[in-house]
Design a protein around this ligand. Structure first.
Ligand SMILES: NC(=O)c1ccc[n+]([C@@H]2O[C@H](COP(=O)([O-])OP(=O)(O)OC[C@H]3O[C@@H](n4cnc5c(N)ncnc54)[C@H](O)[C@@H]3O)[C@@H](O)[C@H]2O)c1
Length: 360
């Protein structure tokens, strides 16, 4: 087992440097595709605080009920364009007037992409193709492509898990979602070469969590909100196979900070970097952190679904070296923030979830 970095190691000086480095974005014109979603909305907040002029391009239909409203991006002062990334004219018009792009729009749920590979293809493959074509036609200083640790799949076959995932290891996407993200990565590298005039950087997020995250119907991802919402409803927190699977849980505010830095850090040009904490956390550990907030909370062990991976966590050396960044919010603090937000925001409980029976 490698020596894991400690969250408390994030020195105050690093915080200072992050703030001053983000100042480079003052007055920069940044387009954020998918800026109305969970990650996008937090990123837009970081960019606005840094003085960037932000334009959001988003369909704003990824969540039922009040999902997008809770993220609050439309209440801020970013320019909102409601539209599809497959609309070349719209994307081209926005990029013509932009200095930077973060391409975060995606059909961003593993289970949904499995159910509807056609939508996954249109949003994640065709949509990315349109954004890349327009970035080549109307060059911007840098495009940051948002990718996912799902490209690692279950890790290197035969090694057992949980594993640490290094950026250069062989990739084995095992879902429609992961395959679409890996395609987007490769296509970005191939299309945004020196001749295109637009630089790129690829960021691979691990498991994002944090307020105001609410799962999508039918999703199996996002364990912090899932378990918290179940406990809030007085239902048992289900631990498939005992909850031994691990994830690298990285708070959405850390994700937003790292993504904003990826726009301007010189060494990030043409690089692919993991955005994680470097710390594995098991499902059981998360349930143990949530339980004390809900007196009487129950945990039940359910069978481990066949093929359920043991999971993995990020190698963070490259992020520290090239992005000069490491995560600052521990899982204990992040879960505390999430549960307190949930308790203080009764409206956040989706009706589709409270209407579900225990067994669904
Ligand atoms: N949340 C995670 O754990 C996680 C982990 C790894 C990578 N990612 C990636 O991060 C990015 C943001 O994910 P998120 O968790 O914020 O998901 P999200 O669903 O909250 O945000 C995605 C946004 O993209 C928009 N969108 C989807 N298709 C679009 C289209 N065709 N045109 C315009 N807008 C469209 C949606 O309306 C939504 O607002 C995605 O690229 C996702 O693949 C997320």
């Amino acid at each position: 087992m490698p020596v894991l970095p400690s969250m408390s190691d994030k020195a105050a000086t690093t915080e200072e440097t992050v703030r001053s480095r983000l100042d480079k974005l003052r007055d920069a014109r940044v387009v954020v595709t998918g800026g109305g979603g969970l990650v996008g909305s937090r990123l837009v907040a970081v960019l606005r605080r840094s003085g960037a002029a932000v334009t959001v391009l988003d369909r704003m239909d990824a969540y039922p009920e009040r999902g997008h409203e809770i993220f609050g991006v439309a209440r801020g002062d970013a320019r909102m364009v409601i539209g599809d990334v497959r609309d070349a004219d719209t994307v081209g018009a926005l990029l013509r007037e932009a200095d930077f792009v973060v391409h975060a729009a995606a059909y961003a749920d593993v289970a949904a992409c499995t159910r509807r590979p056609d939508i996954a293809f249109r949003a994640n493959v065709e949509g990315t193709q349109v954004v890349l074509e327009q970035a080549a036609k109307y060059p911007v200083r840098r495009l940051v492509l948002v990718s996912s640790a799902s490209v690692y799949g279950d890790g290197v076959p035969g090694t057992g898990g949980p594993q640490v995932f290094h950026e250069d290891q062989p990739l084995f996407p095992v879902s429609v979602y992961a395959n679409s993200k890996l395609w987007a990565e490769h296509q970005t590298r191939l299309m945004l070469n020196a001749a295109s005039g637009t630089e790129y950087a690829v960021v691979r997020y691990f498991s994002v969590y944090g307020e105001p995250q609410i799962p999508k119907p039918g999703s199996h991802s996002w364990m912090v909100p899932w378990l918290s919402l179940q406990a809030r409803l007085g239902r048992p927190m289900r631990l498939n196979g005992g909850g031994v699977q691990v994830r690298d849980l990285v708070h959405v505010d850390d994700i937003a900070e790292a993504t904003a830095l990826a726009l301007t850090e010189e060494q990030m040009a043409a690089q692919t970097v993991n955005i994680g904490t470097g710390i594995p956390t098991s499902v059981r550990e998360v349930a143990d952190l949530i339980a004390p907030y809900f007196p009487g909370a129950r945990r039940i062990v359910t069978p481990r679904p066949e093929g359920d991976p043991l999971g993995g966590y990020a190698s963070t050396e490259r992020a520290r070296e090239l992005l000069r960044w490491q995560a600052g919010i521990s899982v204990r603090e992040g879960v505390d923030r999430y549960v307190k937000w949930l308790l203080a925001t009764p409206d956040a409980m989706p009706r589709w979830l409270s209407d579900m029976t225990d067994q669904e």
